[in-house]
Design a protein around this ligand. Structure first.
Ligand SMILES: [Zn+2]
Length: 339
């Protein structure tokens, strides 16, 4: 596209929802081209960045604050302003479950992507349900992504499996981590990936594991024991490992390893996050989460930047697996047809 090309609201077909600042900066840096801003009504308070990746015109929307209410409001406003939006990518950070998938153990900096399972859309609202005869039934099954998006995720997954060079990792070079403001997006290194035993709690709330002297002997050295007999162990500095499965969305931050493990077991979840529920109830979305912590009491911000970057890099690569025409042919306003 030439810089002189003028776009209108109706030229944009994909929404990239990046709630936190650390996420929206990573999203912006993944664009091929940034477009000029378009007018928006005085009742639309969203912050938009417009641009394109591989000829797909994309609206990046940031939320004023985290939480389901604001995410839902942002989507409503976005769809009023950009009426041709077909679907959304919800891209950001999340708390990982230290379990394993077909692609090996889940580590910090890996990416988890929602994948529909037999009985649900790949994203569940775990705190929306009812107790029935002593059992808790989860009733919050969120709207699944459209076929074109699922096919893209599948195609990317297959390509990754049969390609020696990682397809996602090179996109991180679009973030110039030599700039002071972007340093936080650098890979922290696997020696900074600390998983503590589930029964060992963080020593002092509000301070880091190092300053409150959480015992390093209580960490699980997953890299050494898992790599010994693990044929699919990857060096995280040369590959972004992607896991596809169930993402659990809820209204509170999980920072408790026992609750994490309980909920993960009950729902088969790989990851926890806080935005999908509000967004996906009536809007088809793929949820993409970079793992920034293990949803336990030791949770901190150390990996936020890199996890946001790896999720954004995955989202960028998806646009190379989606035909532009097929995206345009998706029905507008899919809400409700899956329910
Ligand atoms: Zn700690």
């Amino acid at each position: 596209m030439q810089a002189t090309d003028k776009f209108t609201h109706d030229d944009y077909t994909v929404a990239w929802i990046a709630p936190l600042e650390v996420e929206s900066i990573a999203a912006r840096l993944m664009l091929d081209t940034k477009h000029e801003k378009l007018p928006q009504s005085s009742v639309d308070h969203n912050v938009y960045t417009l641009g394109s990746i591989n000829s797909h015109n994309i609206v990046i929307a940031s939320l004023p604050s985290t939480g389901n209410t604001s995410a839902a409001t942002v989507i409503t406003q976005l769809r009023n302003t950009f009426k041709q939006i077909r679907f959304g990518l919800l891209v950001g950070i999340g708390g990982g479950v230290p379990t394993r998938t077909d692609n090996g153990p889940i580590h910090l900096g890996d990416v988890v992507v929602s994948k529909p399972q037999r009985d649900h859309s790949g994203a569940i609202q775990y705190d929306h349900g009812k107790a029935l005869e002593g059992r808790f039934l989860c009733t919050g099954y969120l709207t699944p992504p459209p076929t074109v998006l699922l096919n893209a995720a599948q195609d990317l997954s297959t390509e990754q499996a049969i390609t020696e060079d990682d397809l996602v990792l090179p996109h991180l070079q679009k973030i110039n981590t030599r700039l002071p403001a972007l340093r936080k997006y650098k890979y922290p290194g696997q020696d900074q990936d600390h998983l503590y035993k589930a029964d060992y709690s963080h020593r002092t709330e509000g301070s880091s594991c190092r300053s409150c002297a959480c015992d390093p002997l209580q960490r699980i050295d997953r890299y050494s024991y898992e790599s010994e007999d693990d044929e699919i162990y990857y060096d995280r500095s040369s590959r972004i490992v992607v896991h596809r499965g169930t993402i659990a969305a809820g209204e509170r931050v999980i920072r408790d390893s026992r609750l994490r493990d309980e909920l993960a077991k009950a729902h088969g979840a790989l990851c926890f996050e806080m935005e999908a529920a509000g967004v996906m109830n009536d809007f088809p979305c793929l949820v993409v989460r970079g793992i920034s912590d293990y949803a336990d009491s030791h949770k901190n911000d150390r990996w936020h930047g890199y996890a946001a970057a790896s999720a954004a890099a995955y989202a960028r690569q998806l646009f190379f697996h989606m035909p532009v025409d097929e995206v345009k042919q998706c029905a507008v306003g899919l809400a409700g047809i899956y329910s």
